[in-house]
Design a protein around this ligand. Structure first.
Ligand code: SF4
Ligand code: SF4
Length: 77
């Protein structure tokens, strides 16, 4: 559930070991539910992490330059 009590419409599956920490998805996400983590991945980048309440819009998937770093899951209505 999202903060406003409505069910979330989507979710993201982030593969932090494929992420290069560019931050494009963080900037592009309309509801701002992504951020860069404090920790470093094995490449030495701060990977994106998911905070919850994704709308399933798919924008993060389209802006991410790293194949396999983000998967967007849309929940059935
Ligand atoms: S699918 Fe849309 S709402 Fe969900 S994390 Fe990606 S950009 Fe944000
Ligand atoms: S756009 Fe892709 S590579 Fe860049 S921070 Fe987001 S998940 Fe990582």
């Amino acid at each position: 559930m999202s903060n406003n009590g409505k069910p979330d419409r989507g979710s993201v599956d982030l593969n932090s070991e494929e992420c290069k920490g560019c931050g494009l998805c963080v900037e592009a996400c309309p509801p701002k539910v992504l951020r860069l983590a404090e920790r470093l991945n094995h490449y030495g980048y701060h990977p994106a992490e998911y905070l919850g309440a994704c709308t399933g819009c798919g924008i993060c998937f389209f802006v991410c330059p790293e194949p396999g770093a983000i998967k967007v899951l849309r929940l059935a209505a």
